[in-house]
Ligand binder design. Structure first.
Ligand SMILES: Nc1ncnc2c1ncn2[C@@H]1O[C@H](COP(=O)(O)OP(=O)(O)O)[C@@H](O)[C@H]1O
Ligand SMILES: [Mg+2]
Length: 331
């Protein structure tokens, strides 16, 4: 089953092209991420897919339903946890969940059962009867994700699920999201501007910049697409034949020998490293130290856009520039 498919989805606000002919598909059971800097068009895309706003052009289906022609159907099969928290501080966690259940017309007995189950899944049951104002940021986010699950959606949309949370809390939220996929079979469409989040959590990501999809693939393939890993070996001796032997291993792109060091560029270091070491041992070379450097998504973003993902001032300037350029083009 294809969970989400978008064809040339586009959204224009006045003169700003916020989402520019975006196409992608998300398969059932995937954690699919939109990775891009502030202003890239991530929230606008989520807002279209969740029927909050209409696209200017293009089309999309969620769980087979058209977002423009069948918005009620779409709403039945999706859950949304928006970028800004929407849980009510004055109510308890339990009350927030029951309120959501009522909004979705889940019968009361069934709602009680689901609330208990979801609060347990998100490890919030101990706090169920405490007011949300006493919750930490991470607990509030978990509760909000819980609320968005009450009608058992097929596809859950998470807009920047760990925005502003500290590193440990973010990692905990990742685990809860994985649990949801595993135990509830839900498909996740999420956005983030955190590279580590996209890398650790998402099965596949679309890198989005100024409303455009720059690349779509698994994090590991995106990283290997920029030329592979570097394995640095400190060895007892290096000579030409060793270089040749290493070069013939599958996955090895290049070998540079230097004094007591071999630097090997490989497609996927973790797969080639064992073979490299056995070759060296067979040749009677002892390996003193191994270091593997993986290119990060930051470098992928850089190679695709020429900018750093964190360069937020650059984004604002560029958007202003683009708007002016569009104005000029029209004049
Ligand atoms: N309702 C709106 N009216 C005008 N411009 C908007 C509106 N919503 C978003 N934008 C603009 O569209 C661009 C994309 O915004 P958004 O989708 O929120 O990006 P992201 O979620 O990736 O940070 C930004 O330049 C933003 O200012
Ligand atoms: Mg956003």
């Amino acid at each position: 089953m294809t969970a989400v498919e978008a064809h040339n989805l586009r959204k224009v606000f006045g003169e700003l092209v916020a989402v520019d002919n975006v196409s992608f598909t998300v398969e059932e059971g995937e954690i699919f991420g939109f990775l891009g800097p502030n202003g890239a068009g991530k929230t606008t895309t989520i807002n279209m897919l969740t029927t909050l706003i209409k696209p200017t052009a293009g089309s999309a289906r969620v769980w087979g339903y058209d977002i423009v022609d069948e918005p009620e159907k779409v709403r039945e099969v999706i859950g949304l946890s928006p970028q800004e928290l929407t849980v009510d501080d004055e109510l308890t966690g339990y009350e927030n969940m029951m309120l959501h259940a009522a909004l979705y017309h889940v019968p009361r007995d069934e709602a009680r059962r689901r609330v208990k189950e979801i609060l347990e899944l998100l490890e919030l049951e101990r706090f169920a009867n405490k007011k949300v104002e006493s919750y930490s940021g991470g607990m509030k986010k978990r509760l909000e994700i819980g609320c968005s699950l009450i009608h058992y959606p097929k596809v859950l949309f998470l807009d920047e699920p760990t925005l502003g949370l500290d590193v440990q809390t973010r990692a905990a939220i990742w685990n809860y999201i994985r649990t949801l996929v595993r135990e509830k079979g839900v498909t996740i469409f999420m956005t983030t501007h955190y590279m580590d989040e996209a890398d650790n959590l998402c099965d596949r990501i679309a890198i989005i910049d100024y409303g455009r999809v720059k690349a779509i693939d698994t994090p590991s393939r995106l990283k290997s697409s920029i030329g592979g890993d570097l394995v640095e070996l400190e060895v007892s001796e290096v000579n030409g034949p060793i270089g040749e032997k290493l070069r013939t291993l599958p996955g090895v792109v290049d070998v540079v020998l230097d004094n007591e060091r071999a630097v090997v560029k490989v497609v996927r270091g973790e797969e080639v490293l064992p073979a490299m070491i056995s070759v060296l041992i067979r040749e009677g070379v002892s390996v003193r130290r191994v270091e593997m450097k993986k290119p990060s998504l930051e470098e992928v973003f850089l190679s695709l856009t020429g900018r750093k993902l964190r360069d937020e001032n650059g984004v604002k300037e560029e958007i202003a520039r683009r708007t002016i350029a569009i104005r000029r083009a029209r004049a």
